[in-house]
Each structure stands twice: as C-alpha cells, then as structure tokens.
Write a protein that binds this ligand. Structure first.
Ligand SMILES: Nc1ncnc2c1ncn2[C@@H]1O[C@H](COP(=O)(O)OP(=O)(O)OP(=O)(O)O)[C@@H](O)[C@H]1O
Length: 253
C-alpha cells in the first residue's frame, strides 16, 4: 500500500495538503502536505527561511494561503478568521511571550479562562471555584503552583514561557502550536519543558518548531524537515537524523 492510499483512508487531527503561499511570486511554502495525529508531538525542523514559521502562520490564519487545504478534525481552516480558528481548537504561542507583566501568575491564567462568547457571559464572570480549581491545576502543570501571587514581570524567562503555555492550555485547545519554546532557556528549564510537553499530549496534540536537536530528540514522536517550503524528510528522529538529504542541507552544518 502506498503512503497516499494509507493517508487518504485515515482521519487525522490535522491534515495539511498541497499548501502553498506566495509572497510576490516567491513560494515560502510550496505544495506542502503533512498529517498530525491525536496525542502526537510533531516537531518541524529545517534551516533558516525554510518556511517553518510561515506554516504555523497559515494554520492559525495569520497568513492566508494562496492554495491548498488545512483540515482540522475534518473542518477546512483556510477560509476562517484567526479567532474562528482559535474557537475551532487551535492555540498558538509565538516566540515572544505575550503575558501581562503587571499581573500575577494567577491573574494571567484567570483572564485567559474562556468565559463564553456573549457580553452577558463576560459580565457575569466571577472568580468562582471552577475557575480557581482550573487555574491551580494549570499552575501545577506549568511548575508555577508556588508562584500564583508572583507578578509575572519578575518570573525567569523560562517561567514566562511556561506561563504563556498555561494561558493557552486553560482554553483547552485540541492542538497547540509552539514556536521555539525553549529558546533562551537554561538546561534545567529545557528538561522541565520536555516533561511539560509529555504531560500536555495526554489531552492535546502539539506541533513545535525547534532548532535544539537534544530537545527535539527528547520530545518528538515524528519530525518533519522543511526545506524551501517543502518536506525534505519525515519520520522518527532516528530516521531524519540519518537521512543524507537532511545532513546535507541542515544537520551537517
Ligand atoms: N510576509 C512575508 N512577506 C514576504 N516574505 C516572507 C513573509 N513571511 C516570510 N517570508 C519569507 O518566507 C521565507 C520563509 O520564512 P519563515 O520565517 O517561515 O522561515 P523559518 O523556517 O521560520 O525560518 P527561521 O528558522 O529563520 O525562523 C523567508 O525567505 C522569509 O523571508
């Protein structure tokens, strides 16, 4: 059986097919296809300019595709607006944390708690036990249970990154997309972040862009190597690490 026949007959959480985006004639993503399963950690690697960030921008609706399809739980995302994609269950963390420095860890998590869409729902929102329980549960997962009253401004760089992941998790996205989550972290923080991702995928799927190969090895179920907007290689870390094409354009440097 060919890969195509196999993929066509399966239900993936995320199915990206023939995705292309052209910026003034330059195809940053070029006829790209890849598939992500439930409870999978997929890592996207590749040289600078390969199109990794652009792929996440396309999935979360920040950039509009020139052609191709992105199906999430069978729902086409390419025509949706960013907030509709968030509502469909896709959360995205950018490289720079967008937390509120002057609020505490508790408050940052609390304001991210989904309150329903109506204005009335927002007005009726109060700090009830359901919210407190959920905030505490997430804080424990992101190693900040003892820092609930700490102002976000004084957290370490790594703790800020975890807080932002927590702010996404509290919204219960089915798919979480992270752009270089361990950049600038200490070795100890990287180890804890790998632990966090292994906890997260019990209930979510994760797509991560990463350059730190040790970290990739620790977390990846499968790795997709991008080069010039296309898949150069895909499979286990072991498979892509030994693929001569990958060594030539990326890992050998
Ligand atoms: N809005 C845009 N307009 C024009 N060109 C763009 C735009 N966004 C990205 N590009 C180009 O598309 C290519 C892919 O960029 P992208 O940021 O996706 O690469 P990357 O793999 O994430 O690289 P890095 O590892 O350096 O972050 C680059 O050549 C970039 O200059």
């Amino acid at each position: 059986m060919t890969f195509d026949t196999e993929t066509a007959s399966r239900d993936f959480l995320l199915a990206v097919e023939g995705l292309t985006v052209s910026f003034d004639g330059f195809k940053a993503v070029n006829d790209l296809s890849f598939y992500v399963d439930e409870n999978e950690i997929r890592v996207i690697i590749g040289p600078n300019g390969a199109g990794k960030t652009t792929v996440l921008d396309l999935i979360c609706g920040r950039t509009k595709a020139t052609s191709g399809s992105i199906r999430f739980r069978g729902k086409e995302l390419t025509q949706l607006k960013e907030h509709q994609i968030v509502h469909a269950g896709v959360g995205r963390k950018f490289q720079n944390p967008s937390i509120y420095d002057d609020l505490t860890v508790f408050e940052n998590l609390e304001i991210s708690y989904p309150r329903g869409k109506s204005v009335w729902g927002a007005l009726a929102f109060r700090r009830d036990s359901e919210v407190i329980d959920r905030v505490e549960q997430i804080a424990e997962m992101i190693f900040l249970k003892d820092h609930l009253d700490t102002e976000a401004a004084i957290l370490s760089h790594g703790q800020k990154q975890w807080l932002e992941i927590g702010m996404l998790l509290i919204q219960k996205p089915e798919l979480l997309m992270l752009d270089e989550p361990v950049a600038g972290m200490s070795v100890a923080e990287r180890v804890k972040t790998a632990e966090l991702l292994h906890t997260i995928i019990k209930h979510h799927s994760v797509v991560v862009i990463e350059h730190d190969m040790k970290f990739v090895e620790d977390i990846a179920h499968r790795v997709t190597v991008l080069h010039q907007g296309k898949v150069l290689s895909e499979g286990s870390m072991d498979h892509v690490q030994h693929d001569p094409k990958v060594i030539e354009v990326y890992l050998g440097h």
